[in-house]
Design a protein. Structure first.
Lengths: 295, 312, 328
């Protein structure tokens, strides 16, 4: 009878381990997503280990080699002030990645609890949150950033703040939507019967079930924030010199567009690859977590 | 349907009012004496007094707000640093941006929607991957960088198109020549978003029960995709497009700056760079109003497309 | 009964390729449908009855591997080119689904959706199609048909939507109607009306019907012949009255025992212990063995083949009722 017992039990025993292995299998079947993950990790490492990876320090200038073409001494050439482009790219990764990731994290930390509370308690709280979100959404993110820069003055932190605020509505909506759906699940009244209070239900039962959706959204918001930082810095509203980010490099390259177009190409490509990697990764994650996809 | 629209219009109005309050408070929150800020940094006491009188700065805040809004509704947004009417400046530059926006949306719709449908129909096949990669790349490329690259390529290297500037609609060919690169830059970015949303929405529609029914009825695959699935996806897409309009406005700001187009977007940048607070105030208010209005338009389109709303 | 079967299904098997490996949903099912016959297919959820029917007109997703043959009008539908198959679907063989709300397209009117079939298969003009649609709506007893033609699915009740689906299915006067749990999603009071309608359809239009359901009451009401399925295999087949009078397979016996009958006094309804298994590859034994009280060495090691144990009554079982009762 042991053969029989196994037949009946197999479909029931889907533990967390098995689910993770299943997800990993699905992930590995998508070369694009894997590539995205690798590139993302590459940029993260680049940002963290910049001092070790960059051939020159951030402020190093060589006035003898201004606007130089790529050579063995300067693999990607130099800019108008004699900075080594490659080094600036690596150092710039720090600012760009920092703003990208930090703004998303900030937005999530603020927005998710608000969204969850709105979705859980509904009523007047929900209406107020909905109106607030609408007001925030009424300002295209760049206008918002422009306004903030005007009030607070341009800086890296303010750019992060502006991008974060622009991202908040998205996460509020997702958290609220997921909470609305999840609170109808059967384990909620079961938990209530077991004596759980609201906080426990929200944070112990509902939140873990939306981490997937939140993670996917985060991997898709980060590249938008990276691009956003580039826009803001390019317009002079973000990172301020002498600090550098990919965006400021583009700003500095603009006057020399005809003489040395490569100065604009390199930072742009860096942005594109970093953002693309995050987007591909996020896309792959969304695909494997979607119950409708079969492979 | 009327009820739906009235409710939406009402909500839009509320949002607009709240947004205007936000703008008002924001400008007043600037450190320093508001009279100096609004008076273009002029510290001459008589000028400061005049500014205070003009903007009622000695009265309580709600009164100031009411005064400002009252004038704004009539089209008077004050005068900027160079003594020009803000309302007039905005009114002269807005149509240019609107033309750019419409051209960009045209590009986006023509490229993005069919691509999204094809990607969904041929899911998993090479054409799906190609479309997806294009779309993701489009999302990852900063507008302005793409614009710069196009300028280098088309204008500098090939001399096919002008590198910037603007010619009025009275000369349609030159007008288009100047706007085509910016429209492509903005359009492809927007198309990338549309592509993904369309694909996602179509995948949902194609998996729906009514598509199975259509196939069981013996309808051709073309009918199933373009009549049954697409029509449903179109509805979800409209709501999405409304949300993406904000991105389009942001894009316009940047693109106008790069291509030297004297529109609403570059006005915004100028205003910030010159710290012209009256101008900033007016610009931000109009931007928010335009966005809210555009979203309302989207709601109208949506209510026409969705029979459930139409027949209530 | 006329000699030529309308539809002949031979050794139909369906296997799904999923992330967790293959899933055998249907294992070598064969049956035939005679003209004007109502064939009921019963079984629990997951026994493969819906998959079987959907595979007849190839409505399954791409992950499904279908083998065997489905011969209709001298042609194997499984081997037919898509364009020719589309001419059969909706025209010769129609399908109605379980959930009328989601099975109708929410953005098109009722008239448009029914008319579509008429225009495509019969080449009717818009005006002619519209007239025919009104006729069809009357046929399925929908009140105020001229008004309903221009209404949307969300404006109709559940029962009416199902009638619309039936009208849509009958539009081209098909030879076969496949009804997949047509009443399951409806209130009990509405169910009777739908069943009456289907009976009328058979009487007046002469359509053969394959009726899939897990509700034995429905089967007793309207079916001529019944097939019982379990875990992807056909385990019993007989005329309806015969099946209810003398069920042979222990599973069928259990199903009938689980029905509460008015006037009966019992402490507990009989239940069948265990659950329907999900099977990766065809089991090399009786599929019901692990839940059967008569299971033994033989049932655990060999596949029981269908054989007649009474006239016109096939069972796939090593220990059918009639043989056990006789032995006892």
């Amino acid at each position: 009878m042991s053969v029989v017992a196994q037949d009946v039990e197999a479909p029931l025993a889907v533990g967390r381990n098995r689910r993770f292995r299943l997800l990993r299998k699905r992930f590995l079947r998508r070369p694009m997503a894997v590539a995205g993950l690798v590139v993302v990790l590459g940029f993260v490492i680049m940002a963290i280990f910049a001092p070790l990876l960059a051939p020159y320090s951030a402020g190093h200038t060589d006035f003898n080699a201004v606007l130089a073409h790529p050579s063995s001494k300067h693999l990607l050439g130099t800019d108008d002030l004699g900075h080594d482009v490659l080094s600036r790219l690596i150092w710039g990764a720090r600012a760009s990645m920092l703003v990208g990731v930090l703004s998303t994290v900030l937005a999530m930390v603020v927005a998710v609890p608000i969204g969850m509370l709105a979705g859980y308690y509904r009523g007047w709280l929900d209406t107020v949150v909905a109106r607030m979100t609408d007001v925030l959404l009424a300002f295209p993110f760049l206008i918002l950033a422009v306004g903030l820069a005007a009030i607070l003055g341009p800086s890296l932190m303010n750019a992060t703040l502006a991008l974060g605020i622009g991202t908040v509505p998205v996460f509020i909506r997702i958290a609220r939507g997921e909470t609305l759906a999840l609170r109808e699940e059967d384990y909620v009244p079961a938990a209530v019967l077991n004596g759980a209070n609201d906080a426990t239900i929200i944070f112990r039962h509902i939140l873990p079930n939306m981490t997937n959706t939140l993670l996917v959204q985060a991997t898709l918001t980060i590249p938008a924030a990276i691009v956003g930082e580039a826009i803001l810095s390019f317009l002079g509203l973000g990172v301020q010199p002498p600090a550098s980010s990919w965006g400021t490099m583009l700003q500095e390259a603009e006057p020399y567009l005809t003489q040395a177009p490569r100065l604009a190409v390199y930072p742009g490509l860096a942005i594109v690859f970093a953002a693309l990697a995050f987007n591909v990764l996020g896309d792959g994650l969304r695909d494997i977590l979607d119950p409708r996809t079969t492979r | 349907m009327g009820g739906f629209l009235i409710r939406k219009a009402g909500a839009a109005l509320v949002v607009l009012v709240l947004a205007s309050m936000l703008v008002f408070v924001g400008v007043r929150a600037i450190p320093g004496n508001p009279a100096i800020a609004l008076g273009a940094e002029n510290r001459d006491p008589s000028v400061i007094a005049a500014v205070k009188a003009k903007y009622l700065l000695d009265k309580p805040l709600p009164v100031q707000y009411g005064h400002w809004i009252w004038l704004a509704v009539q089209g008077d947004l004050g005068t900027d640093q160079r003594q020009l009417s803000v309302g007039h400046t905005i009114a002269s530059r807005l149509p240019i941006s609107i033309e750019l926006a419409l051209l960009s949306m045209l590009v986006a719709v023509v490229i993005g929607i069919p691509a999204g449908v094809i990607a969904a129909v041929r899911r998993g096949k090479p054409s799906d991957y190609t479309v997806t990669v294009f779309a993701l790349t489009g999302l990852s490329v900063p507008h302005f960088w793409f614009g710069l690259m196009l300028i280098i390529w088309f204008a500098v290297d090939l001399h096919w198109l002008p590198a910037g500037g603007y010619v009025s609609v009275h000369h349609p060919i030159a007008n288009l020549e100047h706007l085509i690169l910016p429209a492509i830059v903005l359009g492809t970015g927007f198309a990338a978003v549309l592509m993904r949303q369309m694909r996602s929405s179509m995948l949902g529609s194609l998996g729906a029960d009514y598509v199975r029914t259509a196939r069981a009825k013996g309808m051709s695959e073309k009918t199933v995709v373009w009549k049954h699935a697409f029509r449903n996806s179109l509805i979800t897409i409209t709501t999405v497009m409304g949300l993406q309009l904000g991105g389009l406005i942001s894009g316009i700001v940047v693109v106008e700056e790069i291509f030297g187009i004297p529109g609403f977007g570059s006005l915004t940048i100028d205003a910030v760079n010159q710290r012209d607070y009256t101008l900033i105030q007016g610009v931000v208010l109009v931007a928010a109003a335009a966005y809210v209005f555009a979203n309302l338009l989207v709601d109208v389109v949506y209510s026409f497309l969705n029979p459930r709303i139409r027949t209530i | 009964m006329s000699a030529e079967p309308l539809l002949e299904v031979n050794d139909l098997s369906v296997r799904f390729e999923t992330d967790e490996g293959p899933l055998q949903a249907v294992d070598r099912v064969s049956f035939a449908l005679a003209p004007r016959e109502v064939l009921g297919i019963v079984g629990e959820s997951g026994c493969g009855k819906s998959v079987t029917c959907m595979s007849l007109v190839r409505l399954l997703p791409e992950t499904a591997r279908v083998s065997g043959s489905v011969v209709f009008d001298g042609v194997d539908l499984l081997a037919l080119g898509m364009r020719r198959l589309q001419r059969v679907r909706g025209r010769q063989i129609s399908y109605i689904f379980q959930e009328p709300m989601t099975s109708l397209n929410p953005v098109f009117t009722v008239g448009d959706q029914i008319g579509e079939v008429l225009r495509r298969h019969l080449g009717l003009s818009r005006r002619a199609a519209r007239r025919r649609v009104v006729e069809l709506l009357e046929l399925v007893r929908i009140p105020a048909p001229k008004r309903r033609v221009d209404e949307f699915p969300h404006q109709l009740s559940g029962g009416m939507r199902q009638r619309v689906m039936i009208a849509m299915a009958l539009a081209c006067d098909p030879k076969v109607l496949i009804a997949d749990e047509p009443t399951t999603a409806l209130d009990v009071t509405i169910q009777a009306g739908i069943l009456d309608l289907m009976r009328e359809v058979r009487e007046e239009l002469g359509t053969a019907i394959i009726l899939v359901t897990h509700n034995l009451g429905v089967v007793a009401d309207i079916a001529d012949r019944v097939i019982v399925m379990y875990a992807g295999r056909k385990v019993e087949e007989a005329a309806s009255e015969e099946l209810f009078a003398a069920p042979q397979h222990p599973y069928t016996v259990g199903l009938l025992g689980a029905i509460p009958r008015p006037g009966e006094r019992r402490e507990r309804l009989e239940e069948i212990p265990g659950r329907v298994p999900a099977v990766a590859a065809p089991l090399q034994r009786c599929v019901f063995a692990d839940r059967c009280r008569y299971s033994d060495e033989v049932t655990l090691t060999q596949i029981p083949e269908l054989r007649p144990v009474r006239p016109g009554h096939l069972v796939a079982c090593f220990h059918p009722e009639s043989e056990r009762v006789a032995a006892a």
